[in-house]
Ligand binder design. Structure first.
Ligand SMILES: C[S@@+](CC[C@H](N)C(=O)[O-])C[C@H]1O[C@@H](n2cnc3c(N)ncnc32)[C@H](O)[C@@H]1O
Length: 455
């Protein structure tokens, strides 16, 4: 049997020397790494070994023997335990530096591009209460319907009312909806038994418009007394313009089911970004941090160096926010997005903002790029904003064949960004990368890269 330098349940003193990309402190015992929550580089801690794995283990701080200057007081321990705010024990300056370094690390290790400048992360003046959307699981805890968040690596619900990084009006609305559900004796979902009804409460609130959408996700088709429930929600939450019932009958971690119906009002909310108005329906993607998104889009447009002659492709365009933000500076924009409802939103958004030099298509970006290439569309600028898994090799191949002069890559995952930048190969030079903090207090990193065609 293999032996390790530490044993489970052993208490050790250990120096923290690094941070994982998830924000866990790293200490080493005879070269064997231990990952320890709520510890920072430069600190010495007394830790309990919780788990010993093949290549690394996990520990828990019993006592901090020294404090890092990057440490701030925890506002709420459960925000660490649930992973809602895994960096809340770090000063905001240290968080921003941590994110810049992460981008530098992957560029070094994965892309082998150590010379590409990674600019300092752009942060928020007030890096809390920024999320415009909440997806909150509902479970029974101590015989009562509760809202909160799962303990990390589990599906045990920790009741929480102050989510710290969410718009406080949304936090308050969740408590209001929770109390209404209790009053009407709605049955919370039981995941283990696959019984009960209410699985999730989702709330979206426009940052500027203050329009609110409430989505109730249930296991069954029926919400008992739903007419009265709607009436009370509207009375107690006057910002609500949309109440949606989504049915998810499956045993699954996926939040939304396929079937939705409107219980009240419209099936979307509206909000503004960079002076334009957007409709956002329930299944459509919309960036959760509105203030920083405006900065992100502005940076993407600056990097793209747009002119009136440019033909732009906005791949992974969602409800068309990037395409429509830059449309009046260029000749034409083509947008592609896989979620059909998002493309319906994008088309209506173009119409309402009186923009007619855009073409939106529903479909996979990989296929549409090929079709556009075959039909002779010749973009001078390509903007990509893919999900965490990044681009596919076939997308990159087609993009290189189309040969746009500039590519702006917006990424929410530095590892896949670094992998993809390498795949663009010698045809493109990566000029610079700007991390922008869209997710303060969490370990998520957003960055914009500029690639220029090598002539
Ligand atoms: C990070 S979001 C960006 C959306 C938009 N650019 C914005 O800023 O709001 C990524 C988008 O890609 C879409 N998507 C995922 N896979 C796709 C694919 N294979 N082809 C096209 N769009 C896809 C998602 O539905 C989502 O709207």
């Amino acid at each position: 049997m293999k032996t390790y330098p530490v044993k489970k349940n052993e208490t050790i003193e250990i120096d923290i020397i690094d941070l994982t990309h998830e924000g866990l402190g790293v200490g080493k015992v005879d070269g064997y790494p231990l990952f320890i929550e709520n510890s920072l580089p430069g600190e010495k801690v007394k830790a309990l070994v919780l788990k010993v794995g093949n290549k690394f283990g996990y520990g828990k701080v019993l006592e901090r023997l020294t404090d890092s200057p990057d440490r701030v007081e925890l506002t709420d321990e459960s925000l660490l335990r649930t992973g809602i705010a895994p960096l809340q024990h770090m000063t905001y300056e240290a968080q921003l530096l941590f994110k810049q370094k992460q981008v530098e690390n992957v560029l070094n290790k994965i892309s082998k591009m150590p010379d590409v400048p990674v600019l300092p992360s752009v942060g928020m003046a007030n890096p809390v209460g920024y999320r415009n959307k909440a997806q909150i699981p509902v479970r029974k805890v101590n015989r009562e319907l509760e809202t909160g968040f799962y303990r990390k690596n589990s599906h045990d619900l920790v009741p929480i009312t102050d989510f710290y990084i969410q718009d406080p009006v949304i936090d308050q609305a969740i408590v209001t909806v929770r109390d209404i559900m209790r009053r009407f004796s709605v049955k919370p979902y039981d995941e283990a038994e696959h019984t009960g009804n209410l699985r999730q409460i989702i709330i979206r609130r426009g940052h500027y418009s203050h329009q609110m959408m409430v989505v109730l996700v249930t296991r069954t088709e029926k919400i008992f007394k739903h007419e009265q429930i709607v009436e009370v929600i509207l009375k107690e939450l006057p910002e609500v313009v949309s109440i949606i019932h989504n049915i998810n009958p499956d045993k699954t971690n996926v939040i939304l089911g396929k079937e939705s119906r409107v219980l009240y009002g419209q099936n979307y909310i509206e909000d503004q970004l960079l002076g334009k108005t957007y409709r956002i329906s329930a299944p459509s993607f919309y960036q959760v941090n509105t203030e920083q998104t405006e900065y992100l889009y502005q940076t993407a447009m600056d990097f793209a160096g747009l002119t009136k002659d440019d033909i732009v492709i906005d791949a992974y365009c969602g409800i068309g926010t990037i395409a429509l933000s830059l449309a009046d500076r260029v000749k034409h924009v083509y947008g592609v997005e896989i979620v059909k409802e998002a493309i319906e939103d994008a088309t209506i958004n173009a119409f309402h903002n009186e923009i007619d030099n855009v073409t939106f298509k529903a479909g996979s970006a990989e296929n549409l790029m090929k079709q556009w290439k075959e039909s002779g569309i010749d973009p001078s600028v390509l903007v990509v904003d893919p999900p965490r898994k990044g681009l596919t090799p076939s997308f990159i191949e087609t993009a290189v064949e189309m040969a746009p002069e500039r590519i702006v890559y917006i990424s929410c995952n530095p590892a896949t960004l670094a992998r993809d930048l390498k795949l663009f190969g010698s045809d493109y030079e990566v000029k610079k990368i700007q991390p922008i903090d869209l997710f303060p207090q969490t370990a998520h990193v957003e960055a914009v890269a500029l690639l220029v065609k090598v002539v």
